[in-house]
Design a protein around this ligand. Structure first.
Ligand code: FDA
Length: 511
């Protein structure tokens, strides 16, 4: 970093010129806390090696004026900004880049995490640096019968999550996190602070799912809270091949999108020490008495029993789904140090299934799973239908709505270090993805923007975009909404100030 000290010294002088106290929130590589601060929300250790490109500095604003100064000085000194909220970006783009020569800073929103819940109006304002867990905890502190339909992992940040959609156990009842946003505070590339009225409906549409680090920096979201019963029921049933897993998963596909909206189902397919297993995790918005007869009637093949299920509050069900032990205190939602993948590095890819996969298709998946070690690779299926099918594809940028039975995430985890080990797992995952081709959506092969996958295409390493190239991966994430996203980007950030390897390019970048 010594050779590139000049741009950051000028950048620092610029910051100090605007605010003489600002250096206390700037961490240069010389600062003893730099590495721990950088690593504290690197959620994929794959991008925490000595070879990973690092920022010149980390900037931790405490107030909006700090962000205004950072934008002004970054523009003047050509230092790219990577905004980080929770740091869960699958490809590490909120704190790194594929380009070793890029000069960039991380603008980390960890200190902007205030949450104000207003029970009478069933709304909340939450700053983008808050985690989902902090939001759920704040809601639960006010009411056992209000919730927010966002993701399962408590450490995911509200900044990235809502910028890409945000699904969780309430998606069949209430849609995505981004479907339930009422207003937002955003700073654009010119440093203007905007709300819904002043940003206009085009930009307000784009920030609800059109991808992070593209249209501006979201400071806070105003969200709609949704009603849930005081008691919900969470269940887990695991079946191995010997216990008919193949037939049950196959059957699951014919039922799951047609169940009442009060039921959500997730199935994890992976290996245990001896065989393939399918774990059926479900959440029912109601008590166990209502659930069992309904499942007996609609999905008897699963054989759900009372002892597979536990009644709890909705907030506790997040801990259940996130894999915390039963009876973990609700305060676990606030723990930012817990890593969902432990020290494992990972890569994920995503798909959408519109026609049930035949039995033979699952048998081929089992063969793929047998090629990797115990729980190092798998598929996570999440049920769609319900509210997801009622929301028009153009309502927000996230387009994967009616016609999808379920969403698939293909994933690989590994703890070994080094490029060779990584390549082995990456190749395995790419092989699985290739294998899935005939069974999933086509033209385009749809993908979930929040499961960022640079294999499907990207801009240049510094984020230089090209409309025609971006259209290919952009259609996978956004289908016909891609062109509107390009129009909004062209209007609000024609110079492409906010960018990364998969940000929407402005049209002026057509070459
Ligand atoms: P991070 O800070 O890395 O940001 C992601 C992207 O958004 C980056 O491009 C970043 O620059 C940009 N960004 C961040 N803050 C911004 C802001 N304030 N304004 C503008 N741009 C901003 N998804 C899901 O829908 N449901 C789930 O249950 C889960 N579970 C899950 C578990 C685990 C372990 C991981 C690693 C990921 C998930 N995800 C998920 C995916 C998750 O939604 C996705 O990675 C989000 O983008 C993460 O948001 P963060 O703020 O944590 O990431």
């Amino acid at each position: 970093g010594v050779t590139s000290s000049q741009p950051y010294e000028e950048f620092l002088q610029c910051l100090e010129f605007h605010d003489s106290n600002i250096t206390s929130i700037v961490y240069t590589r010389a600062n003893s806390s730099f590495s721990s601060l950088l690593e504290s929300s690197i959620r994929n250790p794959r991008f925490d090696t000595s070879a990973t490109p690092k920022p010149l500095l980390i900037f931790t604003p405490r107030q909006i004026s700090h962000i205004e100064s950072a934008i002004r000085c970054s523009r003047a000194h050509r230092i790219q900004i990577r905004v980080r909220s929770g740091g869960h970006d699958y490809e590490g783009l909120s704190y790194s880049t594929i380009s070793p020569s890029l000069t960039f800073l991380v603008l980390d929103l960890r200190n902007l995490r205030a949450i104000q819940v207003d029970v009478p109006s069933k709304t909340a304002w939450a700053q983008a640096g808050a985690t989902l867990g902090e939001l759920y905890y704040a809601i639960a502190a006010e009411s056992r019968t209000l919730a927010f339909p966002a993701g399962i992992c408590p450490t995911v940040g509200l900044g990235g999550q809502i910028s890409g959609g945000g699904w969780g156990t309430l998606l069949r009842k209430y849609g995505l996190a981004a479907d339930n946003v009422l207003d937002a505070t955003v700073i654009d590339a010119k440093g203007r602070i905007l709300n819904r009225a002043s940003m206009g409906e085009d930009l307000f549409w784009a920030i609800r799912g059109g991808g992070g680090n593209t249209f501006g920096i979201v400071i806070a979201w105003k969200i709609k809270l949704v009603p849930v019963p005081a008691t919900v029921t969470a269940c887990t049933v695991t079946r191995t091949l010997e216990q008919n897993a193949t037939e049950i998963v196959h059957r699951w596909q014919y039922v799951v999108d047609k169940l009442p909206n009060d039921v959500f189902f997730m199935v994890v397919l992976n290996t245990n020490a001896t065989t393939i297993q399918a774990s059926f995790n479900s959440l029912y918005l109601g008590g166990i008495e209502g659930l069992i007869p309904m499942m007996d009637a609609k999905f008897p093949d699963l054989g759900l029993r009372r002892e597979n299920c536990v009644e709890m509050s909705w907030a506790k069900s997040i801990l259940y789904f996130a894999g915390f032990p039963l009876n973990s205190p609700l305060e676990s939602l606030l723990d930012r140090t817990i890593s969902a993948t432990g020290s494992a590095k990972f890569k994920g890819k995503s798909d959408y299934v519109k026609e049930p996969i035949p039995i033979s298709g699952f048998e081929g998946i089992w063969e793929k799973l047998k090629e990797v070690g115990v729980q190092t690779g798998g598929l996570i299926l999440a049920s769609y239908g319900g509210k997801m099918s009622e929301i028009p594809e153009s309502s927000i940028p996230f387009p994967h709505r009616a016609g999808n039975i379920y969403q698939v995430e293909e994933v690989a985890f590994w703890v070994e270090d080094g490029v060779e080990a990584a390549d082995g797992y990456l190749n395995w995952l790419r092989g699985l993805y290739e294998y899935m081709t005939p069974y999933v959506s086509k033209n385009p092969r749809e993908a979930y923007a929040n499961y960022r996958d640079l294999d499907i295409g990207r801009n240049g390493g510094g984020g230089e975009g090209d409309y025609r190239r971006a259209r290919s991966w952009g259609s996978s994430y956004y289908k016909n909404n891609f062109d509107r996203l390009v129009r909004v980007k062209t209007a609000v950030d024609p110079a492409n100030f906010f960018r990364n390897e998969q940000s929407i390019p402005p049209l002026s970048s057509w070459r």
